[in-house]
Design a protein around this ligand. Structure first.
Ligand code: DX5
Ligand code: ZN
Length: 213
């Protein structure tokens, strides 16, 4: 089953509650919440206070993508603020196994993200510790970038590595109707999309439908 996760980084933050509710009515499966610290990635975005507000306005699962250093210091705050899944980056967490265990102990779904240049084999020792793998198809930190097609074989490779495990395989960055198809054909079953959902002149509902199609 293919899941659609609008990334609220591209939402109109002055109308965030309304737009999240619109995603829910449009049949989105998950809300993707991007956290940036200005160190691991160039931008600074939103934190636990905004997450609690989103949590209050919607009944959907919320996946929190932590594009931050020292994730172990913050996972508890995001868990308390209402995250369902906590996604940490392989590149930003030297003690990756420890932070994944910490997330599991908080009763949340542990997930791991990989930058475009990071090889799939870095996941080999954590496959039994995660519920989601997020493959970045842009360099993280900015919305509205172009999907990097060279990452497609890595999506296929990770699908093979997952085997029969129940791990979701997400793609994040530059996902639109065309690239969604390519990613899904390589085995992705969770499509994260910011610009193509929130900047579609036909509105959020049509954009979500188009991605599912
Ligand atoms: C990028 C973020 C993405 C971003 C995707 O650093 O992790 O979730 O919002 O945005 P689009 O779909 O515009 O590439
Ligand atoms: Zn993201």
């Amino acid at each position: 089953m293919l899941k659609i996760a609008p990334s609220i980084l591209s939402a109109d933050f002055a109308r965030l509650g309304e737009q999240v509710a619109e995603c829910e009515r449009a049949g989105a499966d998950v809300i993707h919440f991007d956290v940036m610290d200005g160190h691991f990635v160039p931008n600074i975005s939103i934190g636990p206070v905004v997450l609690s507000a989103v949590r209050r306005t919607c009944g959907l699962r919320v996946d929190v993508h932590l594009m931050i250093e020292n994730a172990e210091r913050y996972v508890e705050a995001f868990a308390e603020a209402g995250a369902d899944t906590l996604i940490v980056h392989v590149e930003a967490n030297v003690h990756l196994h420890r932070v994944l265990e910490q997330i599991r102990a908080l009763g949340k779904h542990p997930a791991v993200a990989l930058n475009p240049a990071t090889p799939a084999n870095l996941l080999s020792q954590v496959l039994d510790d995660v519920d989601q793998i997020l493959v970045m198809t842009v360099n993280p930190g900015i919305g509205g970038q172009q999907f990097i097609r060279n990452v497609l074989p890595k999506i296929e490779q990770i699908r093979q590595m997952i085997g029969t495990r129940t791990i979701e395989l997400g793609v994040d960055g530059g996902v639109d109707q065309t690239t969604a198809r390519a990613a899904a054909e390589c085995g992705a079953d969770l499509l994260i999309a910011g610009t193509s959902v929130f900047h579609d002149s036909r509105g959020i509902a049509k954009a979500v439908q188009a991605l599912r199609g």
